[in-house]
Design a protein around this ligand. Structure first.
Ligand code: PHB
Length: 385
């Protein structure tokens, strides 16, 4: 196995008595501290809790029962409780999930190697695929029954599938997100997504003293283009579009620029190689689906591999891509919808601008439209967990 969300798969397999080796290219310190997205769907929280990973999540995760959407000087609350029969989401940083997973694996003597490089996959169409890699100055090889390629969009796994056999779909967006982590109390109890004249902004949080804010920027912008003053000005202009609401400023602890892309590689299985998470699909972050889809994939994969060891059956292995892709395309659609609804598209025609306004006005006035958004935001599952 390789990289994130590999430790979760390793944990799920260990619960079925199946041995695995996790190879991680970065250091433990890096992956435990890298700031990434932070929304866990209800089903994701349930799954992590059921498999013994819920202790800190239930204590420190912040349950949310709605989000706010701002447009044209108006505010609209999507009430998850009312619209989804009491479901919700939890704000808990991805790196916190990673910390919990790594500590659980290490406590159970799970095999996990950090700072691995020069990874090469061999014999993926055979019954005994092999991974060659370098670790602590030595070249090593590991033979196994299955390889889970959880090595992100730029990893080697997907590229190990011959290009002619890969079926993929993608869409790029003409903007990126600039995100900041700030030492300040959240200015709102719930996340605020704003579609303003000047572009998109999001006010999110990590704890009662740390906020996370994002603004739409140009895809080729760099940090030199965005002084702290310019960032704060953009956040005030884009978020303070309703009366009597002020954004609290604070020390900026971290800055990052995230490209916006939709991508799906439908070839999620090739021989004994299975792709999971960002190695197979990318969503723009507006729908907060990335981590949830990765966890959904490895849950299906652990079931498929467990059934193979328990019964010698390939049934679940064969349908692994189909099961994942049903969830993935739902997440892709929702993420594209939220992105299209809330951003200012530099190339949009007056016709497209009016369509966006028409959709926002419908969302703000129709409980059916709000219900559909709520159902997807908390996590629509074709099966339940
Ligand atoms: C975050 O808190 O990092 C966050 C929240 C909601 C999103 C994306 C990111 O849609």
């Amino acid at each position: 196995m390789l990289d994130q969300p590999a430790p979760l798969l390793s944990h799920l397999l260990a619960r079925q008595g199946i041995d695995s080796l996790v190879l991680e290219s970065r250091s433990r310190d890096y992956i435990e501290n890298r700031v990434r997205a932070g929304v866990l769907e209800q089903g994701t929280v349930n799954l992590l809790t059921e498999v013994g990973l819920g202790d800190r999540l239930l204590k420190e995760g912040i349950p949310h029962h709605g989000i706010e959407i701002r447009f044209d000087n108006q505010s609209h609350r999507i009430d998850f409780n009312e619209l989804t029969d009491g479901k919700g989401i939890s704000i808990y940083g991805q790196q916190e999930v990673v910390k919990d997973l790594i500590s659980a694996r290490i406590k159970e003597d799970g095999k996990i190697l950090f700072e691995v490089s020069d990874v090469e996959l061999m014999g993926i169409e055979s019954d005994k695929p092999t991974i060659k890699f370098s670790h602590e100055g030595e070249v090593k090889q590991s033979e196994c029954d299955f390889i889970a390629g959880c090595d992100g969009f730029h990893g080697v796994s997907r590229k190990s599938i011959p290009e002619a056999k890969r079926k993929s779909f993608s869409r790029d967006y003409p903007f990126a997100w600039l995100g900041i982590l700030v030492e300040a109390a959240p200015s709102s109890e719930e996340l605020i997504y704003a579609n303003s004249e000047a572009g998109f902004a999001l006010h999110s949080m990590r704890s009662p003293t740390i906020t996370r804010n994002y603004i739409q920027c140009n895809p080729d912008d760099s940090f030199e283009d965005w002084s702290n003053d310019r960032i704060w000005q953009a956040l005030h202009d884009r978020l303070e579009i309703v009366n009597d609401w002020k954004l609290e400023e604070g020390e900026i602890l971290e800055k990052g620029i995230t490209p916006m892309r939709s991508y799906v590689c439908e070839t999620m299985r090739f021989g004994r190689l299975f792709l999971a998470g960002d190695a197979a699909h990318i969503v723009p972050p507006t729908g907060a689906k990335g981590m949830n889809l990765a966890i959904s994939d490895v849950n299906y994969l652990s079931e498929a591999i467990s059934e193979w060891y328990a019964k010698g059956s390939e049934d679940l292995i064969k349908i692994y891509p189909k099961k994942c892709l049903q969830q993935v395309w739902r997440g892709e659609h929702f993420s594209w919808y939220m992105t299209s609804l809330l951003h200012k598209f530099p190339d949009s025609t007056p016709f497209q601008q009016r369509l966006q306004r028409a959709e926002l006005e419908y969302l703000f006035s129709s409980s059916s439209a709000s219900k559909s958004l709520a159902e997807n935001y908390v996590g629509y599952r074709f099966d339940q967990y």
